[in-house]
Design a protein around this ligand. Structure first.
Ligand code: CA
Length: 231
């Protein structure tokens, strides 16, 4: 019976297990590779965070060494938009492999908002307008499961939207690295987390729910039998 109790404890922990995270509070960014024309560094902003400070850098990205071939996952990040110098973007990049899927905030002619960009087909797969206040923190949450990708953004302090705001079917990028990117913009990132996309309880399969229910019933029956024998 001990194994049953252990499983009950471990299942939720495994379901919510983190694949990777970095909050930069160790003051170390040597485990990141930087590319392009940006100016990267650590700054303190409540806690230590990663900054790209060159607002005129046209294409600048940073990639953690730890993630090399990730397929299905949820990537969360806190992002502070410092500002844009022209039409530009502040993005997280997913499944990078000579291309990628971009999830980001864009400030472009005729458009201020959030989007999913499909690099394989060079098109914005989904977007919506959203007003962004410079100098304030936002939360990014990107979901990738097979060809289905989703994205939501919310202002820090506001409630997280229940549903993803954007969704698209993006083919061609099955797995790869992750990263953060700016184009003609300056931004700060903190509290990056990658967790499994297809295990957490809200999306637990009917079979998974049945197994958990069965385990609970067995545990209850065992406890009743022990109580009866003691009586
Ligand atoms: Ca931090």
């Amino acid at each position: 019976m001990k194994w049953l109790i252990l499983l009950l404890i471990l299942c939720p922990a495994l379901a919510w297990g983190q694949i990777w995270n970095d909050n930069f509070d160790d003051g170390d960014i040597t485990d990141w590779e930087m590319y392009g024309d940006g100016s990267w560094g650590l700054v303190s902003d409540g806690s230590l965070c990663l900054e790209q400070s060159n607002m005129s850098a046209s294409d600048s990205w940073a990639v953690p060494d730890a993630i090399t071939d990730q397929a299905d996952y949820i990537m969360k990040a806190r992002v502070k938009v410092i500002g844009f110098s022209a039409d530009g973007a502040i993005e997280i990049l997913c499944r990078m492999d000579n291309g990628d899927i971009h999830f980001g905030i864009g400030h472009m002619t005729g458009f201020d908002g959030i989007y999913i960009y499909d690099d394989n087909n060079s098109l914005i797969a989904d977007s919506m307008t959203m007003s962004i206040t410079y100098g304030e923190w936002y939360h990014y949450m990107a979901y990738l499961n097979g060809d289905a990708v989703k994205f939501k953004v919310w202002h820090e302090g506001d409630a997280e939207p229940v549903d993803y705001q954007l969704s698209a079917i993006v083919t061609g990028w099955n797995a790869g690295m992750v990263g953060v990117r700016t184009s003609n913009a300056s931004a700060r990132w903190d509290d990056l987390i990658i967790i499994p996309a297809n295990i957490p309880f809200p999306s637990l399969s009917p079979i998974g729910i049945s197994i958990l229910a069965l385990m609970l019933v067995l545990t209850g029956a065992y406890a009743l039998r022990r109580a009866y024998r003691r009586a």
